[in-house]
Design a binder for this molecule. Structure first.
Ligand code: MN
Ligand code: MN
Length: 318
């Protein structure tokens, strides 16, 4: 059996070739794949600065420099998994609620093939319909949610569907194993001192950014792996979890965030978990003139691929 490979930099200059994630082959469905990259070009769920509709395209563009081997962990995902880019979900950019329905239906079809989807966002609204579809396939899942924000609002501006509400909706729909939900990197100003307590009351573990300043996150990830065990896990990574010094190209920026090496420790610390899906959301190219935010996003998506089941169990777990 031969596996798809990213188009190499000695076969085609890095600035040419297909505009897919990592210059992988594209196909229209997830049929026959172990993992797939899929874009959701959406920003109509954002509450502040927009632009994430352009995120998937920019992440793909900045992914062109990625090489196939992970020099830190030894992972060789393209030697172990069949991977392709299956393009974008055709959301309705004039209607957020219809878009959520479109996403849910699309992920039902994607997950029905047995593939593990790696999603390029898009604003964070998209994780709710994905979790709905994941629940239909796998039952309730553990959740590792990396973000500056809790995204547990009941409503925003009176609306139940918005990028600040996905995990409240997922909880209402019984998508989550509440003793295996971890929110990492929360910070910033709030509306009241108990803003993060709704999640704690549900049994979720909330790790505020200040608790992990200056620290390696390898010990935290070890604890999380222990607590999750063999349960199916979804990893959702909001790029605004990173400090704006590293990732300014996003809509709702908060100072005092994660470093790039802490972000890598989180993703690499997922090795050995039963990951069933991942996303990287909230990259906003209009606020990312250097492209570095999208480039970090592309690298984190590659790192997610490197810790999927079947790539190299146990690697990167140090
Ligand atoms: Mn978020
Ligand atoms: Mn956020």
């Amino acid at each position: 059996m031969s596996f798809n490979q990213p188009l190499g930099g000695n076969d085609m200059p890095r600035f040419g070739g297909p505009a897919t994630m990592m210059r992988l082959p594209s196909q229209s469905t997830a049929e026959g794949l172990d993992a797939c990259f899929v874009g959701i070009p959406m920003d109509i769920g954002t509450s502040n600065r927009p632009g994430t509709r352009l995120g998937p395209r920019q992440i793909r563009d900045e992914s062109r420099m990625l090489r196939p081997y992970n020099m830190a962990t030894g992972a060789a995902p393209f030697d172990r998994l069949q991977v392709a880019d299956i393009g974008d979900i055709p959301i309705n950019t004039f209607d957020l609620k219809k878009s959520v329905d479109i996403i849910r239906a699309a992920y039902r079809d994607i997950l029905a093939t047995g593939v593990i989807p790696l999603t390029l966002g898009g604003d964070h609204t998209l994780t709710w319909p994905i979790l709905d579809a994941v629940k239909e396939r796998h039952g309730p899942v553990a959740l590792i949610h990396v973000d500056a924000h809790a995204d547990i609002n009941d409503t925003m501006f009176g609306e139940k569907v918005a990028h600040g509400c996905p995990f409240r909706r997922a909880w209402e729909n019984d998508c989550l194993l509440n003793d295996k939900v971890f929110q990492i990197g929360l910070r910033g100003t709030g509306y009241g001192p108990d803003d993060f307590d709704w999640a704690r009351d549900k049994g979720w573990t909330v790790i505020q950014a200040e608790e992990i300043w200056y620290k390696s996150l390898a010990p935290l990830m070890e604890k999380i792996r222990h607590q999750i065990g063999s349960a199916p896990v979804y990893l959702t990574f909001d790029i605004d979890s990173l400090d704006p010094a590293f990732a300014p190209g996003t809509g709702t920026v908060e100072p005092g965030g994660l470093s790039t090496w802490q972000a890598l420790e989180i993703v690499r610390g997922c090795a050995g978990l039963n990951l069933v899906g991942c996303d990287l959301v909230e990259v906003s190219p209009p606020y990312d003139p250097s492209g570095n935010t999208a480039l970090i996003g592309a690298n984190l998506l590659y790192e997610m691929l490197c810790v999927l089941p079947g790539v190299a169990p146990g690697i990167g777990s140090a």
